[in-house]
Ligand binder design. Structure first.
Ligand SMILES: *Cc1c(COP(=O)(O)O)cnc(C)c1O
Length: 422
């Protein structure tokens, strides 16, 4: 059965960023619990530690009793109803929690991260209707999703702009900010360049959009709070709105509930996703200020013009509520610091390996940057030999472990990363 399943998969199923004719190797997962995936490998069943939290979403691990119960309970009531003209308790409860978390009073429930970014960009666009402001400004090295509008503000080189030239709208890209908060010269030079860009494009910019404090899939790159704040202040001075994409940084991944909790300047629009449902179901949200909501609602359309079929899905909302309850029951501050120091200590030896250009940690994120692209399949297989599931990209071998990962399992993850990069 296993072999037949895999060969059917190879023939017919697209996997993320894969070829239909030369698909990359995939493994069959039979089940998962705690931080472990049970998968088949060469006819054998093996248990491996998930160092990726299933793309940063499964923060509580798998088969979590509280989350399982929330889904089961909601299935018994209703799995879905349309959100046009109807509402329900799971959505209202989730809305309340997100408003409290973000300090922003208006919530749009989207069905994936990319859609929430589409909605954020539409919100900004509609709020700026009639002002002639139609472009977005971002920094290089970003990642905001794979549909056309989010793609247009992904890094123009690392992203997919050239592949879709002519259909991806052109926006304004500021240079990469310095990574070190103490780099005064780097900051001054960058800040001046960005201020000049604003002068140049001032009246055309609808909004600034960035991932605050950590660029995720664009390069796993931390950047200083003062740079994020500098962009927000320039945006305000020039009449542009500020969008913070917290889809990767939200829910304690970088050390605070939201990255914005460490900023002086709050965004007008915030996106959350990924860990929102504890990795159980696809759900994201776009939140905005009263002013943005008011401007959108008095724009020519008179409404926010978006409405997914599965908007506010009750199962997803119910499990998100349970996940946020679980998070509220942890001492996240201490726990994320525990993970951060485990990652820092465990990854330190990697810095001495040939070809390693940087080792960095921020909250529950640990990254080893190499001087050239890694062979993803080779690294993945090698890590599996050590009982760890890793999924590197480009020149980055990284981990974003579930928050329930024990110190021993963290040590196994970091030892494996050191091993595979050596
Ligand atoms: C993953 C991600 C997205 C896209 O989310 P999807 O659910 O994959 O569409 C957008 N922005 C950031 C910062 C992300 O990390």
């Amino acid at each position: 059965m296993g072999d037949e399943l895999l060969s059917w998969d190879r023939e017919h199923l697209w996997h993320p960023y894969s070829s239909a004719t030369a698909p990359s190797l995939v493994h069959e997962v039979e089940s998962a619990s705690g931080v472990r995936l049970r998968l088949k490998r060469g006819g054998e069943r093996v248990e491996v530690i998930d160092a990726m939290s299933s793309w940063w979403a499964a923060i509580h691990g798998y088969a979590v009793p509280e989350l399982d119960a929330a889904v089961r309970d909601q299935v018994g009531r209703m799995s879905h109803v349309m959100f046009g003209g109807l509402t329900h308790e799971p959505a209202v409860e989730l809305g309340r929690r997100l408003v409290e978390l973000s300090g922003l009073p208006h919530v749009f429930l989207a069905d994936s991260g990319s859609v929430s970014v589409e909605v954020a960009m539409k919100m900004a666009w509609q709020a700026q209707a009639g002002t002639g402001r139609t472009r977005f400004l971002t920094i290089r090295g970003g990642y905001h999703g794979d549909t056309f509008s989010p793609m247009s503000v992904c890094d123009p080189d690392g992203g997919m702009h050239s592949m879709y030239a002519g259909i991806v709208p052109e926006h304004v890209f500021a240079p990469l900010p310095p990574t070190e908060p103490t780099d005064e010269e780097g900051f001054d030079a960058w800040a001046t360049e960005v201020a000049d860009l604003f002068e140049w494009h001032a009246t055309g910019i609808a909004a600034v959009i960035v991932e605050p404090l950590l660029q995720g899939a664009g390069g796993m790159r931390p950047w200083p709070a003062r740079c994020v704040d500098h962009l927000s202040r320039l945006a305000r001075e020039h009449g542009a709105l500020v969008i913070h994409d917290e889809i990767a940084t939200g829910f304690w991944r970088t050390g605070t509930a939201l990255a914005q909790d460490r900023l002086e300047e709050r965004a007008d629009i915030v996106c959350v996703g990924k860990a929102l449902t504890g990795g159980y179901l696809t759900l994201a949200a776009t939140l905005c200020t009263a002013e943005v909501a008011q401007r959108v609602s008095s724009s020519p359309a008179g409404a926010m013009m978006h409405g997914p079929t599965f908007m506010g899905n009750p199962l997803a909302c119910a499990v998100a509520n349970a996940s946020l309850d679980l998070l509220a029951s942890y001492d996240n501050d201490t726990n994320i610091r525990r993970i951060e120091s485990g990652l820092r200590r465990g990854l330190a030896p990697a810095a001495a390996a040939p070809g390693v250009v940087d080792v960095r940690t921020l909250g529950a994120v640990g990254v080893v940057e190499l001087d050239s692209a890694v062979d993803v399949q080779k690294v993945t297989e090698r890590a599996l030999d050590h009982g760890v599931w890793l999924r590197p990209f480009r020149n980055l071998v990284y981990t974003m472990p579930p928050y329930v990962t024990t110190d021993d399992d963290l040590a196994a993850i970091t030892a494996t990363i050191c091993e595979v990069v050596a």
